[in-house]
Design a protein around this ligand. Structure first.
Ligand SMILES: [Zn+2]
Length: 480
């Protein structure tokens, strides 16, 4: 049992601790959904649970708020399971071991699951409360947010009547996220034939780039190794003819590719390598201000006959690498520093009979996202490549003159005694799915400060939770 005098909102911490006893990594949702269902039954609250194990619990408005418009309060039930190398925990059946360290709650050798256990605990405490005013509440607990927002995508939102959303899955005091990106995966295939090429096999490697998440880091102008490979191959072709055996860079669509390896066959390497090294020097100089550890090398592996890809496919590959939109494509004019539209060629992979090029595209504007997808399809089709799109999630567009943003900003001044930080993210959030399904939705994504979520260093500030709960009560009281 967690014990400290600072756990004043004991019901919030009570529920947080109860949740931590139930294994609830993504994909393992039955136990925590049972817990929420039993909670609703015990409290005598109306609820529904769908086949995904999403749960929605309804609570009436308090005295004087009976006829107010309902507010949707939302958090996700799953957590990211990470543990230290020496941890013996089995996330499928073992509870987390919570402990207190100063102002922080932590978990021994594992992620804490404050993302989003604290969101769930706060909402359960509100549902149980009898001592403060609030409008009717539609509390939505979604499953499997961390593995592609699967629960929110499948949830039937026609049973919700609220038009205001408080999502509690953001971990910064006095900060509210009010817009997120939508996105999709675009997979392009170059179908190839194998031909015999004889000569010297060279290994060309691009390495040492920073990489990083394509939502969070793309605005830093980090270089994508697959795109750089296109430039190098195009320059190499001006030096001498060659065949390509393979290209392999990246294994995740949403990571900026930090390295790429290409195997070439060159008939006559005389002069080729030294000229290519000149190209490398120019590129390294040009990029040294942003990618100081970039390493470009070329070396001879062996001489002989090799299974290379046909020349037509080689040219398609180079054309595609030169023309696929990549990196930041537009910055927001409304929110300073926000990337509005971007694309990232996360994977270039050679298989026996085809090359896969996999880009993830994102935009905080629906029409920009749709156009970018169409443009990628056109580029693929002009190059006679097969193309498909999958994994769509909708953007959460910025709401103009938002009442929720105003209430949030005013309440920040009252409770936190500071200006609200209202921001947007270029990553996907469940709020995008809600705003896609509920017309006219006005929402904020907020929460108490937690740090290093998704890592074994995850920790939750006790004082921040206490203050946030008071903050939440004031906001709810204003939604009359
Ligand atoms: Zn989360």
């Amino acid at each position: 049992m967690l014990e400290t005098n600072n756990l004043t909102n004991t019901r919030v911490f009570y529920y947080f601790e109860e949740i931590s006893k139930i294994p609830h990594g993504s994909g393992n949702m039955k136990g925590i959904a049972d817990f929420c269902e039993n909670f609703a039954k015990e409290q005598g609250l109306r609820y529904f649970r769908d086949e995904m194990d999403n749960i929605v619990i309804f609570k009436d408005g308090t005295n004087g708020y009976e006829n107010s418009t309902p507010v949707i309060m939302q958090g996700h039930l799953d957590m990211v399971c990470q543990k230290t190398a020496d941890s013996k925990i089995d996330f499928s059946k073992d509870p987390l071991e919570l402990y207190i360290d100063g102002d922080f709650i932590k978990a021994k050798n594992t992620t804490l699951g404050a993302d989003d256990g604290i969101g769930v605990a706060l909402i359960l405490a509100v549902l149980e409360s009898k001592d403060f005013s609030h409008p009717p509440i539609e509390a939505v607990f979604t499953v499997d947010e961390e593995i592609g927002m699967l629960g929110a995508s499948k949830l039937d939102m026609s049973k919700l009547s609220g038009k205001k959303l408080i999502n509690i899955d953001s971990f910064n005091d006095a900060c509210a996220c009010v817009s997120c990106a939508g996105g999709a995966d675009i997979k392009m295939h170059i179908n190839l034939k194998r031909v015999i090429a004889c000569g010297k096999k060279l290994k060309l490697s691009i390495d040492g780039l920073l990489g990083g998440h394509s939502g969070g880091k793309i605005k830093e102008g980090r270089v994508n190794a697959n795109i750089l490979a296109g430039r190098i191959l195009a320059c190499a072709k001006k030096i001498s003819d060659f065949d390509i055996i393979s290209i392999n860079g990246g294994d995740k669509g949403n990571a900026i590719t930090p390295r790429c390896a290409i195997e070439l066959v060159v008939k006559d390497t005389e002069g080729f390598i030294s000229k290519l090294e000149e190209v490398f020097e120019n590129i390294k100089n040009e990029l040294s201000d942003r990618e100081e550890n970039l390493n470009l090398t070329v070396s001879i592996v062996e001489e002989g006959n090799f299974q290379a890809i046909d020349k037509e496919s080689r040219d398609k590959l180079i054309n595609m690498l030169l023309s696929i939109p990549d990196g930041v494509l537009a910055m927001s004019k409304k929110i300073s520093g926000l990337v509005e539209t971007s694309s990232n060629l996360g994977i270039a992979a050679t298989h026996d009979d085809k090359i896969l090029l996999h880009s993830t595209i994102r935009s905080n504007k629906r029409s920009a996202l749709e156009w970018l997808q169409e443009r990628m399809f056109m580029i693929a089709e002009y190059n006679n490549c097969n193309v498909e799109a999958s994994g769509h999630y909708p953007p959460w567009e910025l709401v103009e003159n938002s009442e929720m943003q105003k209430i949030f900003a005013d309440t920040c001044l009252e409770i936190y005694e500071k200006e609200a930080n209202i921001y947007a993210t270029h990553a996907g959030l469940e709020c995008g799915i809600f705003s896609g399904k509920i017309e006219g939705l006005d929402g904020i994504a907020i929460g108490p400060s937690a740090y290093d979520v998704h890592t074994v260093f995850e920790r939750l500030s006790i004082s921040a939770v206490n203050k946030f709960y008071d903050f939440l009560k004031v906001i709810l009281a204003k939604l009359k």
